[in-house]
Write a protein that binds this ligand. Sequence first.
Ligand code: NAD
Length: 480
Amino acid sequence: MSKIKNYINGSNILPLSNKWIDNYNPSNGEVYGKIPNSDKRDVALAVASAKKAFKTWSKTDRNERSKILAKIADLLEENLDKFAKAESKDNGKPLSLAKLIDIPRAADNFRFFAHAITQFGSESYESLGEEAINYTLRHPIGVVACISPWNLPLYLLTWKIAPAIATGNCVVAKPSEVTPMTAYLLGDICTKAGLPKGVLNIVHGLGKTTGNTLISHKDVKVISFTGGTKTGAIIAKTVAPMFKKISLELGGKNPNIIFADCDYKQMLKTTLLSSFSNQGQICLCGSRIFVEKPIYEKFKTDFIKAVKNLKVAHPNNKDAKIGALVSKSHLEKVLSYVKIAKKEGANLLCGGEKIMVKGYEKGYYMQPTVLEIQNNNCKVNQEEIFGPIVTIMPFEKENEVLKMANNIRYGLSASLWTNNLKRTLKFTREIEAGIIWVNTWMLRDLRTPFGGVKDSGVGREGGFEVLRFFTEPKNICLKY
Ligand code: NAD
């Protein structure tokens, strides 16, 4: 049985807490490892290590930092297979997906910020005619806590770590206790790439204990969090009296709005992906599908046929389109929404059941599920399920669907399928979301701002936005 360790001051070390959590393999339901449940002493050690490293790293030339980040990206790519296998085993996602998306994107995160930091500058203004100049310095802030969820473990954790260290901060990361494995492997890669000791530290443990201790530590100045809306609210409340800088990337329940004039074939193919990729466990999944009436029945028939063809299988199966859900409790939560939907009068068009995969009967598999609903306000259409369940509903008028799309507490992303320019301009202006895809989904450009509005979060990641977040601006007015 593997026992993973904390990565502190450049070394893998046993937790001082000597407390451990079982690590499950979702594909077969078996415990295959132990992870530390770090306590106050472990967190203190990690924060002290980051604080010490900050003295030098914050003054290290950005070109030097950039070179190390690029090297981490190279090493991640060289170890793609090892990382992808670990990610898939820990999370239950198809191995093919981890190879195609998760690990390459983690490498891209480092490479992107290796470049971005060399281009990052700040503004200056001449004032009083030419008698004064105002310029802005952007300093790294200090110790940053990066806290991430289980759905895209390395992808999302490195999306925070890379810009934080690129800007000269030092990090204490706490990956999800459900998927710690690739973060553990990352430590060694960083050491090999020449990242100085203490610039990145990784502590493992439960959110309520390790996570809470980390965010509350007086020397942690910045918190970059991705996870559930409820947790985001707890974190915001905990650290508000300490005036820490925080960024919150939270839950989503995103509309996928389909008009009859769209490119039907492309829409159908993409809607299948936006509904069920990663077992529907992506905050950007389009789990509320609204279809214009003239094509509703056709869409319903074609979509159901395609969904029924999605192969649910062990993550190592090359044909697997859907793997295992991340945990037993999550599977139970997702399945409970099928019951809720039935009670609410939804029409179960397909799926809705747990699946026994031969040879892996204790794994957390579930059929991809489509629910036809009549009421936008029903629970299954308002609450984030974060699993392989989507709702579909017809609409007739633009304003009707716009209202339904916005009538929700979340505002992360939206997809719009139409070839009508006027409508596109209206919808992209009026949909309440941080990211809107028109005639596509999940087409990401790392230079763009990423994040949500309403209960989907505060702040933006990506591009120069996140480099600004991880730096403190200082304005200097120089009169001459
Ligand atoms: P979660 O909120 O339960 O946990 C996220 C992380 O926070 C974990 O590392 C956890 O240990 C830690 N944590 C929990 N309580 C804490 C506390 N009190 N203090 C400090 N840390 C704490 O979320 P999850 O179940 O791991 O992930 C699923 C959620 O993440 C979904 O709601 C999903 O929409 C969201 N998500 C959002 C985005 C985005 O970019 N907006 C991306 C991916 C996932």
